[in-house]
Write a protein that binds this ligand. Structure first.
Ligand code: SAH
Length: 218
């Protein structure tokens, strides 16, 4: 069962979480404020109620995880979002990152390859108010050609390569934030598609994500 009540206690725990991730290097005030407002315990089973605001990843079923809040904040900060941008997210998972993006004021298009996770988000009542999030069941390597091009692409699973179709669906001037690498550790990269269509790449810290896999799963 999912918790549905946001108690005063949870708000206090969120304030502490904001202190923790800001001490780890998150400086974007809007990102910190959003992490301080989104009820992360709603995205987890009530068994995790006491630990939902620890800066850790947790299991969400199907062998997948809700990302660590620091990681969510880090990727969101790297995206340098502006209001109303179109953002493509690969790996909906718990939908926590999608809600954080929506709270940043952008239009979110999010894809999940695991049918069960996609279906469980369809009946997750809290998400109903987020009319600026569109949920898709599909293979993120293919993106959403009919909904693009996008201002930003965020990949929330360990990508073995930079998916070429996602680069195609990026606007000129757009950016992709991607944890790149096979194995236990991936390096966060930010790829910018310049005005002339050429690509530039910046390298950031190491993270550990579940793998980005090809094809859909029933
Ligand atoms: N953004 C999520 C993180 C979930 S973990 C959150 O905030 O909770 C990564 C997710 O990516 C998993 O749910 C996994 O099933 C999904 N995934 C992996 N490969 C994918 C692909 N090719 N297309 C879409 N989703 C994918």
């Amino acid at each position: 069962m999912r918790p549905t009540v946001d108690e005063y206690r949870h708000k206090g725990l969120r304030r502490k979480l904001v202190d923790v991730i800001s001490a780890k290097g998150i400086t974007d005030e809007q990102v910190l404020s959003v992490i301080g407002n989104v009820p992360r315990h709603f995205f987890l089973d009530s068994a995790f109620d006491d630990v939902a605001y620890e800066d850790r990843a947790f299991p969400i079923g199907e062998g997948q995880t809700i990302s660590q809040p620091f990681t969510v904040a880090y990727q969101t900060q790297l995206l340098q979002l502006q209001p109303n941008m179109k953002v493509l997210e690969i790996g909906t998972g718990s939908a926590y990152q999608a809600v954080v993006l929506a709270e940043m004021g952008v239009k979110v298009f999010t894809i999940e390859r695991q049918k069960k996770l996609f279906e469980s988000n369809k009946v997750f009542a809290f998400l109903k108010k987020y009319i600026n999030i569109k949920f898709f069941y599909g293979d993120g390597f293919l993106g959403l050609p009919t909904y693009g091009p996008f201002d930003r692409v965020i990949i929330t699973a360990a990508a073995p390569i930079v998916p070429p179709k996602l680069i195609e669906q990026l606007k000129h001037g757009g950016m992709m934030v991607i944890p790149l690498g096979v194995g236990d550790v991936q390096q966060m990269r930010r790829i910018t598609k310049n005005a002339d269509g050429s690509l530039s790449e910046e390298r950031f810290s190491d993270f550990s994500f579940v793998p980005m896999l090809e094809g859909k799963r029933q």
